[in-house]
Each structure stands twice: as structure tokens, then as C-alpha cells.
Design a protein around this ligand. Structure first.
Ligand code: PMP
Length: 356
């Protein structure tokens, strides 16, 4: 082994879902929104003054921070923005999880959490979800170095009731509790943003990728007490001052200002989720009650891996995780009604062919 090889930081990276480039595919594998961003965002892109790209963008991302603060009734000193919520979450791990005690997150949740923990050398423990894939709040009532969980959870799509979220935050006043709300806009329950007035150890992370149809623009944000936001900014400025590009800032503001379009898209996705859930259950799938823009589904008669592979042959992409406890489930993003009809037709056909 060469001397320098010993000094390399070696990590096992997170594996994102496939981004195949096939014109006729039905892409239901990465929880993207099937609808385009709103007309306000299109206008902002069309009128973007490219001459301004000569200059560095505002390092404080003030226009976007201001728009988000106004939209969610927060102070401008309570909002932090980043390059998608992955960037925001990575900064959070680096900033707030700096103890010898293990941080806690569920055994089945966003598979990026253990990757960041390994990368930053943060010890962690993963309490098991119960047999119904629900978070057991009691598991988080013990000494720890911080807590993070998605709500709704991924890949299960299950929502933890807001009273339970509050209890977890209240029982852990000496550590930071991060609620990753990438999918909260698709849930019926309230956001933990409501709890920020009561708790200075709570940080709520959201994204423009899902409900705002802007995965490709990479915008995420965190909301919390001014003290937490200051600490996050100090770490950000120690890493990369200019995280947000000028187009991201301008298109992000346009999206936040287009409230009616945003609400309309969410309603369409919820309606499609409702009918898709009913149809999947009629085909015999078991699906926990979904609160995100995806459904977690398992069929008693056919291994998920087989369905995943068969669907792929038909250019229908869903997500499959070959991991303990969930390796017989598909995670199916809610697409348009037409896309879901194609998926349901294919699943119905594959299941009946299998019976013969
Ligand atoms: N949190 C959860 C739970 C997610 O599923 C995702 C999407 N992969 C993210 C955060 C990150 O999303 P983005 O970086 O696009 O905001």
C-alpha cells in the first residue's frame, strides 16, 4: 500500500435513485413532482438577467430568506437556505451533532443519515420502528447526542402525529432535534414549524424538491431559533460562502410567491394518491397509510424485487431497497393520473400472469 493511501478518507456513499434518460419512461422512483414549476417560476427564468451571472450571488441569500420568512411567519434570522435539503441536512449534522453520545434516528428512514454520520464521525444508534413501521416515541426519551427523523417518514410515507413530535422535542431539551419535513406538504397534519415558538432546540428542514416541483434547482431550508440559525451560518461560511446560485435565488422567490399554484399541485397529487392507494389495495397490495407523495407497497403473492425488475423492463421505474425489513416493498412515487394508470395496469397484468 502506498503511504498516501493510508491518509485517504474512505466512505461508502449514499446511492441516489436512478436518473435514466429514456423519453417514454414512467419515472416514479425518486419522489419527484410530476407537474412542472408554476408560471411565476417560468417567467423568472425567462427574464433572468444573465449579465448578473458575472457577479457572485448574495452570500446571505437574503431575498429567498426574506420570502420564506414572510411565507411562514418567521423572523429573517430564523431561516437558513442551502443547495437542496441534503446540503442543509449535511450542514446540520456538522453543526449540531458534535457530541460523544450517539445521535438517534429510526432504523428505517432516510438512508443518507448514516452516511453523514460516518462521514463526520458522529456516533449513532438506530431504534427500530415498531411492527407497523411507526416511530416509537419512547425510544427517544433517553440520553443522546441529538435526534433526527423524517416526518412523514421515508420510505414508509407514515406520519408521526404532531403531539408525539412535540413530546420528543420537549423530552430532549439538551440536544438539537431535527425534523426532516421533505414531504410534510402532502400530509394532513400540521408542520413542526408551529412548535418553533415553544422550543429553541428544534430545527425544521424542508425542501423545494417535492411539493414545489424544483428538484433540479436544488433549494432546501431550515427554520429554527436565531441562535441555531447563526450557528448553521457560521459553519456554512466556513465551508462555502456562495451556496445559492443567482437562478436558484430568483426562481426560489418566484415559487414562494406563487402560493395558489403550489396549493393546486399538492391537491392534485393528494387526489391521485387517494385513488392509486385504493387501486393498489384492490390488487392485493398492503400499503401503510401514506402521508407523503409516495406509497410504500408490498404484495403477499409476489416478491417486490421481481415486480421492480419486471416494471423496469417496461420502462416503469419505482424504488426498491434491498434492506432488512423492507426488502419486500416497493416505494412508488405519485405521478400524474395517466402515469399511475399505466403502473396499475402493468402491476395488474404482472400479478395475473404470475397466477397462471
Ligand atoms: N429528506 C428526505 C427524507 C428525503 O427523502 C430527501 C429526498 N431524497 C431529502 C431529504 C433531500 O431532498 P433534496 O436534497 O432534494 O431537498
Amino acid at each position: 500500500m502506498k503511504g498516501w493511501e493510508q491518509n485517504i478518507r474512505r466512505v461508502i456513499p449514499y446511492t441516489p435513485g436512478e436518473q435514466p434518460d429514456c423519453p417514454n419512461m414512467i419515472k416514479l422512483n425518486t419522489n419527484e413532482n410530476p407537474y412542472p414549476p408554476g408560471p411565476g417560476v417560468v417567467r423568472a427564468l425567462e427574464t433572468l438577467d444573465t449579465d448578473r451571472l458575472r457577479l457572485y450571488p448574495d452570500p446571505a441569500a437574503s431575498c429567498l430568506v426574506r420570502a420564506l420568512a414572510r411565507r411562514y411567519g418567521l423572523g429573517e434570522d430564523q431561516v437558513f437556505v442551502g443547495v437542496g435539503s441534503d446540503d442543509v441536512l449535511a450542514m446540520c449534522f456538522l453543526t449540531f451533532f458534535n457530541s460523544n453520545r450517539p445521535i438517534l434516528f429510526p432504523d428505517i428512514s432516510y438512508s443518507f443519515y448514516p452516511v453523514w454520520a460516518e462521514l463526520f464521525g458522529v456516533p449513532y444508534e438506530t431504534p427500530a420502528l415498531d411492527e407497523n413501521f411507526c416511530i416509537r416515541k419512547e425510544d427517544y426519551f433517553r440520553e443522546n447526542g441529538g435526534i433526527i427523523f423524517p416526518n412523514p417518514n421515508a420510505p414508509t410515507s407514515l406520519l408521526l402525529e404532531s403531539g408525539d413530535v412535540e413530546e420528543i422535542v420537549a423530552r430532549n431539551p439538551d440536544v438539537i432535534v431535527i425534523v426532516d419535513e421533505a414531504y410534510i406538504d402532502f400530509a394532513e397534519g400540521p408542520s413542526a414549524l408551529e412548535l418553533l415558538e415553544k422550543f429553541d432546540n428544534l430545527l425544521v428542514v424542508q425542501t423545494f424538491s417535492k411539493s414545489r416541483s424544483m428538484c433540479g434547482m436544488r433549494i432546501g431550508y431550515a427554520a429554527g431559533s436565531p441562535e441555531l440559525i447563526r450557528c448553521l451560518n457560521d459553519v456554512k461560511y466556513s465551508f462555502n460562502s456562495y451556496t445559492m446560485s443567482l437562478p436558484a435565488l430568483e426562481l426560489g422567490v418566484a415559487s414562494v410567491e406563487d402560493e395558489a399554484y403550489f396549493q393546486g399541485t399538492i391537491e392534485k397529487i393528494k387526489a391521485t394518491r387517494k385513488r392509486s392507494l385504493r387501486a393498489l389495495r384492490e390488487l392485493g397490495f398492503f400499503c401503510p397509510e401514506p402521508s407523503a407523495n409516495f406509497i410504500f407497497a408490498s404484495h403477499p403473492d409476489c416478491p417486490a424485487k421481481e415486480l421492480f425488475e419486471e416494471l423496469k423492463k417496461e420502462q416503469i421505474y419505482v424504488r426498491y431497497f434491498p434492506k432488512p425489513r423492507i426488502d419486500n416493498y416497493l416505494r412508488i412515487t405519485i405521478g400524474t393520473d395517466a402515469q399511475m394508470d399505466a403502473l396499475l395496469e402493468a402491476l395488474g397484468r404482472l400479478l395475473s400472469q404470475r397466477k397462471q
